[in-house]
Write a protein that binds this ligand. Structure first.
Ligand SMILES: C[S@@+](CC[C@H](N)C(=O)[O-])C[C@H]1O[C@@H](n2cnc3c(N)ncnc32)[C@H](O)[C@@H]1O
Length: 403
């Protein structure tokens, strides 16, 4: 194996260290940290850039630690930043987001700050895992498609960890496991089960665990009880959701009137804000996933003047269901692909004084913030929460105000 020396000078959105090869090409160094001298093995060489794996760290960053989880050394791909000290992760995430806003939104001085973080251990309450031929829930390997069976999981809540380690799902290839950390409820939703004696397969799970695609758990977030079906989106855990609700409340300050919650999931962000203060005058939540729409309708039933619109956000903005609705604020929390030009146009046409954009992908945030700024909004602040410690993933809460 021929090794190349690289000085790592930055960090890429996918968590790799960034450096340059002698021929000037950018190289993405898996396992490298800014400030380090490393020796890498090239894994993919393209005309404009290369990808590489760090084989030796010749001078280590003070941010580098031995991964606390033993399964990293066995190839588990569940957590990508276990080699980064927890205290250093927020600053690296701020650097990733700042760079995306500079490159993609053309905002060189975007006001980006590190927000709150959840503790690195035991924070996850949901996992979508592969199932190995023995029926065990397993993580995917960092490289390749094989699985790694684990007998513990540092980031999983103890109720979830027990389900991962002791559950058996014969015949399944994938399983969603979810727990309510504050209610003690659990569910398992395998994609399929081997046919049992009477034509029905069985999952072997701890007593009281609900099994099946239609199963749900309840969780307590921001002082309210929420229903989450197996297929509905959930934040990494209730502490993460609490922090996100608080950050959205901060970004919403000064606004009042009706709330429009786009990509509402089971309704947590808009519902918590609407229930927090009488200044909020009604809520329309728009969500596309059928199980999440049903959860949102159940969850928001006691929120005054709340309505759930089921369907595509772009269509809802372009056609009937929002006709005549004048929001005082729009909360938009899209999936990784972001809002895109059509949805930004729809929001700008409604013209709310404040937009709170929640983004889990730095590049999508860069694109969407650029579009909103060109549509007449000023980016006042971006808070980067660390709701996924041990990984490079970010959660950004941006406040944009109409100019
Ligand atoms: C990142 S989640 C946010 C959910 C919620 N705000 C929360 O914090 O729990 C994005 C949500 O958008 C929904 N979604 C994705 N694309 C959509 C679309 N085009 N129209 C409507 N909903 C969509 C997904 O089903 C998912 O529930």
């Amino acid at each position: 194996m021929s090794l190349l020396p690289v000085a790592v000078t930055g960090v890429a959105a996918g968590g790799d260290g960034l450096g340059r090869l002698d021929d000037g090409r950018v190289v993405f160094c898996e396992g490298g940290l800014p400030g380090e001298m490393v020796a890498v093995e090239i894994t993919d060489s393209r005309r404009d850039f290369a990808r590489a794996r760090v084989v030796e760290v010749r001078s280590a960053s003070p941010a580098r630690v031995d991964p606390p989880c033993p399964h990293v050394a066995r190839g588990c791909g569940g957590c990508t930043w276990q080699h980064v000290a927890a205290g250093h992760q927020p600053a690296l995430k701020v650097a990733i987001v700042t760079d995306a806003l500079r490159r993609l939104a053309h905002l060189p001085d975007a006001p980006v700050t590190a927000g709150a973080a959840v503790p690195m251990e035991g924070y996850r309450t949901s996992a979508r895992l592969a199932v190995d031929p023995g029926g065990r829930a397993s993580y995917r390997r960092r490289r390749g498609h094989d699985t790694v069976e684990v007998d513990s999981c540092l980031v999983a809540h103890p109720l979830l960890e027990e389900l991962i380690v002791s559950g058996r799902f014969p015949g399944a290839t994938e399983v969603v496991l979810r727990v309510g950390a504050r209610t003690g409820e659990r569910l398992a939703s395998p994609d399929r089960l081997a046919a049992g004696g009477k034509g029905r397969g069985r999952a072997d799970v701890p007593p009281g665990t609900h099994v099946g695609r239609r199963s749900f758990v309840h969780e307590e977030i921001a002082g309210r009880r929420w229903r989450f079906s197996a297929a509905s989106f959930a934040q990494t855990g209730p502490e993460a959701a609490d922090l996100l609700v608080v950050a959205v409340g901060r970004a919403a300050r000064g606004a009042s009137g009706p709330i429009l919650d786009l990509y509402a999931g089971v309704g947590v962000l808009g519902g918590s804000l609407a229930a927090s203060d009488e200044a909020w005058d009604g809520l329309v939540a728009v969500e596309g996933s059928v199980p999440a729409i049903a959860d949102a309708r159940a969850n928001l039933a006691d929120v005054p003047h709340a309505r759930v619109v089921g369907g595509d956000v772009a269509e809802a903005l372009a056609t009937g269901p929002l006709e005549g609705f004048v929001p005082g604020i729009v909360i938009a929390d899209p999936s990784r692909s972001g809002l895109g030009p059509g949805v930004v146009d729809g929001i700008a046409t409604l013209g709310p004084p404040v937009v709170v954009l929640v983004s889990c992908d730095p590049a999508a945030l860069g694109r969407d913030a650029g579009l909103l700024v060109r549509s007449g909004y000023a980016l006042e602040r971006v808070e980067v929460l660390d709701l996924f410690p041990g990984t490079f993933h970010v959660e950004c809460v941006s406040r944009l105000v109409r100019k």
